[in-house]
Write a protein that binds this ligand. Structure first.
Ligand code: FAD
Length: 366
């Protein structure tokens, strides 16, 4: 797949394109230049376009994990729309699925589920494109893409050539990879290969998913991949976290905060702050003796409820972790709400909440 850049028409660029419609938050000013790149050759040309003008460069996928500043971005935004080239091939008792960076993520999950390939079913209903999935190691309901990604194909802006990065080279962790840490801004992902298990069992690791199937599991019936896919989409819809859901709760970037990872030594202070017993503080093992705390639980106990509004921005009425644009909001308004939440959690628990969405066009981000 994609072994050589194929000739294609010159890069199509536009000037001063408003970015808000390209983001799920529907917030953000214009990009100085906006380029759509649908082949590998166009991706390379887009990089060249920015280099020739000595402008900063930003890769846009589905805009579902992105907050753009009200001033916009004084550089080149490339919207990667590379479609699929080859779909699947067998390797031993696994199947490798190649997906183009510009493909809709849920379409790929559905493709796998319909053919009985296990490994992606709990990642149904996450907005965005394939190219965005390795960036923050997309995860939900007990699965993350790092479990299945074997290769990421990308244009390397430093080497000025295409590279194939294997799983190890991506250095995946909780909501992280080289693409959003040490090599941030270096690669334009054009394709991702996932290794799936034909005939494999669906993952039922997460409490919400297990609860959904309690009755059938008790009756000795194992849910199918398709049933888990549907269940996850239904759970996500109830939480206002389903791709393309619409309405005010749909204008979000999903979870605005990561679940903090802390040492168990933090537990007494958290228990004290909430008036509950230490063993009542919800937590999940996070490896190396650390624990992961649900950020939503901390935010609620710091005084913020679902639906809490500050003018044109609010906490989602269905999920405490999502900050939403009620309509016509600015990035400045959203950041004021973010800061209020972060300060309250800091004051109460001395825990710094880390933001999940990427920032574009703010002074510290170019
Ligand atoms: C309602 C809702 C629910 C969500 N639920 C989840 C969830 O359960 N789990 C989860 O992990 N995330 C979730 N998200 C966040 C988001 O959907 C994912 O992070 C998604 O993978 C982002 O993909 P995107 O194409 O929209 O990327 P964008 O938002 O366009 O970009 C995000 C980052 O990835 C980079 N990027 C995108 N495409 C490429 C590429 N081709 N090459 C190089 N870099 C690229 C961008 O430069 C940027 O840094 C949710 C978001 C919403 C709105």
């Amino acid at each position: 797949m994609y072994s050589q850049a194929v000739p294609s028409p010159p890069v199509n660029w536009k000037e001063s394109v408003l970015l808000a419609p390209y983001t799920t938050l529907e917030i953000g000013g214009p990009a100085r230049f906006f380029v759509e790149a649908c082949t590998e050759a166009q991706v390379a040309e887009a990089a060249q376009f920015a280099r020739e003008r000595d402008l900063p460069f930003f890769v846009l996928g589905g805009g579902s994990n992105l907050l753009v500043s009200d001033e916009g971005f004084d550089g080149v935004v490339v919207r990667v729309c590379v479609p699929v080239a080859a779909r699947e091939r067998r390797e031993g008792d696994t199947v490798l699925i190649d997906a183009g960076a510009g493909e809709n993520w849920n379409d790929v999950v559905l493709y796998a589920v319909e053919r009985g390939y296990a490994g992606l079913e709990c990642l149904a209903g996450i907005p965005g494109d394939v190219g965005g999935t390795p960036v923050q190691n997309v995860g939900a309901y007990g699965q993350e893409v790092a479990e299945t990604i074997v290769q990421v194909r990308a244009f390397d802006l430093e080497q000025n050539s295409f590279v194939d990065l294997d799983h190890e080279a991506c250095r995946f962790g909780y909501r992280r990879s080289i693409f959003n840490t040490e090599a941030r801004g270096r690669y334009i992902v054009t394709a991702v290969t996932y290794r799936l298990s034909p005939g494999g069992e669906p993952a039922l690791r997460y409490a919400d998913v297990q609860r959904y199937f309690t009755a059938s599991i008790k009756a000795g019936q194992k849910p199918t991949l398709r049933q888990v896919y549907d269940a996850v989409r239904s759970i996500r819809e109830q939480k206002g976290m389903l791709a393309g859901q619409g309405g005010a709760d749909g204008r979000s970037a999903g979870s605005f905060f990561k679940n903090p990872v802390v040492t168990p030594a933090k537990l007494p202070q958290i228990a004290l702050g909430t008036g509950c017993r230490e063993e009542e503080v919800p937590r999940y093992p996070a490896g190396d003796g650390m624990i992961k705390l649900p950020a939503a639980w901390l935010i609620e106990r710091a005084g913020f409820r679902k639906g809490f509004a500050m003018g044109r921005v609010a906490i989602s009425s269905r999920h405490t972790l999502a900050l939403v644009n009620l309509g016509g909001a600015t990035a400045a308004e959203l950041l004021a709400l973010r800061d209020a939440v972060v300060s309250a959690v800091m004051d109460k628990f001395a825990i710094p909440l880390e933001q999940e969405p990427v920032m574009l066009g703010f002074s510290s981000t170019g």
